[in-house]
Ligand binder design. Structure first.
Ligand SMILES: [Zn+2]
Length: 306
């Protein structure tokens, strides 16, 4: 909801409140009657809030999320109403596949490209995406550098295309079609652990909430309280470094998506994380077992197809 709308509502609320008090003065209403009036006023306000909230979250067709099977890596494509966002692009060798996947969906423009953090399994294929003929409007990456060739390739591709990097902060919001997104945490800038710089995003479409954690770890999770969500892209490929009890009890995802490579040498996801997710009753999907996972939301219901 826009601030202006909220302000307007508050103003209407205040005016109603003043009228109630004036009426109370004129007609000598007792406290109980005033309370009754104020209750009605509150209800009116609640209804107004609800209606506007629904209006501002206009749902237009389906929201599609593709958790692309890029092995031991992340790449997520989100589309709604002719707008699209890519979160990560797999390892270096996955770039071409990711580009083809995007094009196969008929997408020629990415409104947002997010490199959650500068590890190869997240930004490896980004240079191919940026160098392709797909139009790109915004690039989000954390404000941290690394000395790898992978990172250098991405920076060169961004510069060659005349684009620039935005490093978002906690509370920043933007839209992809009719889905609204919020940056959930500030990047923790630690050169020794780039995972902590992960950009985390909460996306809301209608009444559905989706949380994308990149490789964020417990240190990121404990910086705040989390909302309940319908779907969680589990942090750090289902590693023990992430998905703390507190975080999972708060987010209580109906669906959990783990992105991992079949038979990966890291042993991810771990038994511990899988058990924790099972214990909160979450239905788990894994790219290492299910391949590419497509999630469709109409703003009320979520359908997962594998
Ligand atoms: Zn990773």
């Amino acid at each position: 909801m826009s601030r202006r709308k909220k302000g307007k509502q508050k103003l209407i609320g205040s005016i109603i409140g003043i009228i109630v008090l004036i009426l109370a003065g004129i007609f000598g209403l007792n406290n109980e009657s005033i309370n009754e009036f104020l209750e009605i006023e509150n209800n009116i306000n609640n209804n107004v809030t609800k209606e506007i909230t629904t209006n501002s979250m206009t749902v237009d067709g389906n929201l599609n999320i593709y958790f692309i099977d890029v092995g031991q890596a992340d790449s997520i494509l989100i589309t709604n109403n002719n707008s699209s966002m890519l979160i990560d692009a797999g390892n270096n060798e996955d770039g071409e596949d990711v580009v083809n996947f995007i094009k196969d969906k008929g997408i020629t423009k990415l409104d947002y490209v997010v490199g959650t953090h500068p590890h190869e399994d997240h930004i490896g294929g980004l240079d191919d995406v940026i160098n392709s003929d797909i139009e790109i409007s915004n690039i989000y990456m954390p404000q941290i550098e690394t000395t790898t060739k992978t990172f250098e390739d991405v920076i060169n591709a961004i510069q060659n295309k005349g684009l620039s990097i935005t490093s978002p902060k906690e509370g920043d919001t933007f839209n992809v079609g009719n889905a609204s997104l919020e940056v959930m945490t500030d990047s923790i800038l630690d050169e020794d652990n780039l995972n902590l710089s992960s950009i985390t995003l909460l996306m809301q479409y209608g009444n559905n909430k989706f949380l994308f954690m990149g490789d964020a770890e417990e240190e990121n999770e404990e910086t705040k309280d989390w909302p309940k969500v319908d779907l969680l892209k589990v942090g750090h490929h289902g590693s023990n470094t992430s998905s703390s009890d507190k975080f999972l009890n708060e987010t209580k995802p109906t669906y959990s998506i783990i992105m991992a490579g079949e038979g990966n040498s890291y042993g991810l996801p771990t038994e511990e994380t899988l058990n924790k997710l099972q214990n909160i009753g979450s239905t788990i999907y894994r790219t290492d077992l299910n391949g590419t996972i497509e999630v469709i939301s109409d703003g009320e219901n979520i359908e997962v197809s594998i």
